[in-house]
Design a protein around this ligand. Structure first.
Ligand SMILES: Cc1cc2nc3c(=O)[nH]c(=O)nc-3n(C[C@H](O)[C@H](O)[C@H](O)COP(=O)(O)O)c2cc1C
Length: 194
């Protein structure tokens, strides 16, 4: 194992799970991008599902080579899902992007930033049941943003309530620990990703 594999800069893909217009996801994604860019030396890839075409009828078990974002997901060391809660679960586009891919998730950590009336906790907890099937692990820490629409300034920018930034940084700390550890696992078991 080379040191570079273990110590190189991490690539984090942030998956924006709402595709509605308008959507609360916009100010929240902008906040995440600002915070993560300012605080960490990461290669950040913001993947907006609203601008990715993944038709449900073209989905294949085991992943589809034609996915326009397969390469971006494969290149990521870890994922942050920005997910709203719809009807006590995560939204359909989130399940769709998960199902469209397979090896891209394997042996990687997934963190969650949830939002909604109750902070998205039920969406997050249900996603925790999905990712082990893809050999991905979910991190304990998470960010819950209840009623984020009450925390917008006059320009529509999200102003995090007390505790939100700390939760984000605790989550990112854990995500990076897992991401570094799982790099070596991926290198050790490439067959497990087929
Ligand atoms: C179809 C639908 C169902 C929803 N169900 C819930 C819910 O069960 N629990 C909750 O806390 N919020 C619920 N909400 C509120 C959303 O979490 C909230 O509107 C959020 O801002 C949506 O994110 P978006 O605008 O980025 O899509 C629901 C919203 C929609 C559109």
């Amino acid at each position: 194992m080379t040191e570079d594999v273990l110590d190189g800069r991490l690539r984090i893909a942030v998956v924006i799970g709402s595709v509605r217009r308008p959507r609360m996801a916009d100010p929240l994604a902008a906040w995440l991008e600002r915070e993560l860019t300012a605080a960490y030396r990461l290669d950040l890839d913001m993947i907006d599902l609203a601008s990715v075409s993944l038709p449900m009828h073209e989905m294949r078990a085991g992943g589809a080579a034609v996915s326009p974002i397969a390469g971006r997901l494969a290149d990521a060391d870890a994922f942050v899902f920005l997910t709203p809660e719809y009807n006590h679960s995560f939204p359909a586009p989130v399940k769709n992007v998960i199902d469209w891919h397979f090896t891209e998730w394997a042996y990687k950590p997934v963190a969650f930033v949830g939002y909604g009336g109750s902070g998205g906790v039920r969406a997050i907890e249900q996603l925790r049941a999905v990712f082990p099937e893809l050999r991905a692990t979910t991190v304990r820490e998470s960010v819950l943003l209840p009623m984020p629409w009450e925390h917008l300034d006059a320009d529509g920018r999200f102003v995090p309530p007390p505790g939100a930034r700390q939760a984000l940084h605790a989550t990112m700390r854990e995500l990076q620990v897992w991401a570094r550890a799982l790099r070596s696992l991926r290198a050790a078991d490439p067959a497990g990703r087929e």
